[in-house]
Design a protein around this ligand. Structure first.
Ligand SMILES: [Zn+2]
Length: 181
């Protein structure tokens, strides 16, 4: 089975039409900083293309972290922790709890902010530590394995994203242990 062609990448250069009225966008210098933005030729809507926000959790149990193996791209077959895009109208913390439940079947309480991970032209990833309060470990459409992993057994060579690696290193370091990998 081959993966379908990926969709076009969302970037200022690939956006051509106003999402509000459908007219063409043109590049203009916009006040107050006069940086170039895509502006609607008809209704004057300015299409600021900002990074999306991902909310994620590192669920903890008896010193282990819950990792999920991704069934979808990007990062298919690689390991990460639960997380996903914050919906419009939702808070980051609510999204972290919701995504964790959707991807693992577990209900969690957030126990602290681990860190924020940010890279050029990528989503902003906000990672919380979390404590399991209920539910039953259940895979979903986006993952095919869920495992509680002790710090010494984290699969550093098969993690999905740079943010996965950096967040897990921060988590291990915060526990006072030396990160591997
Ligand atoms: Zn418009």
């Amino acid at each position: 089975m081959t993966d379908p062609e990926p969709p076009p990448f969302l970037a200022p250069s690939t956006i051509h039409f106003c999402p509000l009225c459908g007219a063409s966008l043109a590049v203009e210098a916009v006040p107050p900083d006069h940086r170039e933005q895509k502006v609607c030729s008809r209704c004057r809507f300015v299409f600021y293309l900002n990074p999306k926000v991902v909310a994620a959790t590192i669920p903890e149990l008896d010193g282990a972290v819950l990792l999920t193996r991704r069934l979808i791209n990007p990062g298919r077959g690689l390991w990460t922790f639960p997380g996903g895009f914050v919906d419009f109208g939702e808070t980051v913390t609510d999204a972290a709890v919701r995504e964790t439940f959707e991807e693992t079947g577990l209900k969690v309480d957030l126990t602290g902010l681990l860190n924020v991970y940010t890279y050029p032209a990528a989503p902003v990833i906000i990672v919380y530590t979390a404590h399991v309060t209920g539910g039953t470990l259940t895979t979903c459409d986006e993952n095919d394995a869920l495992e509680w992993v002790a710090p010494a057994r984290i699969p550093w060579d098969t993690l999905a994203f740079q943010s996965t690696r950096e967040a897990l290193r921060d988590w291990v370091a915060a526990r006072g242990e030396m990160p591997g990998g």
